[in-house]
Design a protein around this ligand. Structure first.
Ligand SMILES: NC(=O)c1ccc[n+]([C@@H]2O[C@H](COP(=O)([O-])OP(=O)(O)OC[C@H]3O[C@@H](n4cnc5c(N)ncnc54)[C@H](OP(=O)(O)O)[C@@H]3O)[C@@H](O)[C@H]2O)c1
Length: 256
């Protein structure tokens, strides 16, 4: 019997921590890629309570995970546990990817900025000199602002449910970028024809609230490029409406 038992190589282990995580498509996507490319690795999502956040990170290291992704609400909280932090993560003050070196050292990065830049470049969209409206002022909005600035966008309007948060975001980032940030007070009708890109950086429209849309349909025009960071569903209500109007619809799934 013994000669049938071979020593098997343990798979590389990767994870996702956040709360909630059941909406995440990352395990499906990552495990499909591992399978297709015949990589001996697994990817598992873990829902972590805030009170056990530090224990969860220690656990991943102890279990010899090679790395993990971080999603809401822990993208900022993880920073205090990082041994080193990449430049973009440091600018946006948010981490979404962690490499575990030798089972203990956490090297932390933000790949959202590069994801947005790559999404527009892959599509061949020349964004130089464009103007954009970003809805939201959280972590995703921060990454969008840095990415849009890198893409040569000249003006960024921000509309957020809580205006003070948008003002704080502008204060944090304006001195670091060339694009001009303008905070809106709700008066979208004055700028909607001026903007080239509408970008949703809120969870509005995300599963299970798939019938919600961050903007009334009348504001979506056929000349707009509409980008939604939400990637579950891949085609959100906002993107469906954009396609219906003849606008260019770009899904957040392209950022991954
Ligand atoms: N495609 C990707 O790779 C990718 C990457 C990162 C994030 N995301 C997605 O982006 C979304 C936002 O993530 P985040 O990290 O930026 O979250 P966050 O830091 O919590 O910020 C959420 C933002 O959305 C606003 N918001 C939340 N619920 C709202 C509602 N019902 N109506 C209007 N505004 C609302 C918040 O406004 P207040 O300030 O008023 O609370 C805040 O500005 C999530 O769905 C996330 O999954 C996707």
């Amino acid at each position: 019997m013994n000669h049938f038992i071979r020593k098997t190589r343990l798979p590389l282990k990767f994870g996702l921590i956040g709360k909630p995580v059941e909406h995440s498509l990352s395990p499906l996507m990552m495990n499909t890629v591992f399978n297709e490319l015949k990589i001996n690795a697994i990817y598992v999502a873990f829902e972590v309570d805030e009170s056990q956040f530090q224990d969860a990170i220690k656990g991943l290291s102890a279990l010899k995970f090679s790395g993990f992704n971080v999603t809401i609400p822990y993208k900022e909280k993880i920073i205090e546990f990082c041994d080193s932090i990449g430049k973009k993560a440091s600018i946006v003050n948010a981490v979404n990817t962690v490499k575990i070196i030798d089972g203990e050292c956490l090297k932390c990065y933000n790949t959202d900025v590069d994801g947005v830049v790559a999404t527009f470049k892959r599509r061949g969209i020349d964004t130089k000199g464009m103007e954009t409206l970003i809805i939201g002022a959280g972590g995703a909005a921060k990454s969008l602002i840095i990415a849009f600035d890198m893409l040569g966008i000249k003006k960024i309007f921000i509309l957020n449910r809580t205006k003070t948060r948008a003002l704080m975001l502008a204060k944090l980032l304006q001195s670091r970028i060339d694009a001009k940030i303008v905070i809106l007070d709700g008066e979208i009708e004055n700028i909607i024809e001026e903007v080239d890109i509408i970008a949703n950086a809120t969870p509005v429209g995300m599963y299970p609230n798939i019938h919600e849309c961050p903007l009334p349909e009348t504001f979506i025009l056929k000349d707009h490029i509409v980008f939604d960071v939400v990637y579950n569903p891949i085609e959100t209500k906002l993107l469906k409406l954009a396609r219906k109007k003849g606008a260019v619809a770009v899904s957040g799934v392209d950022m991954l």
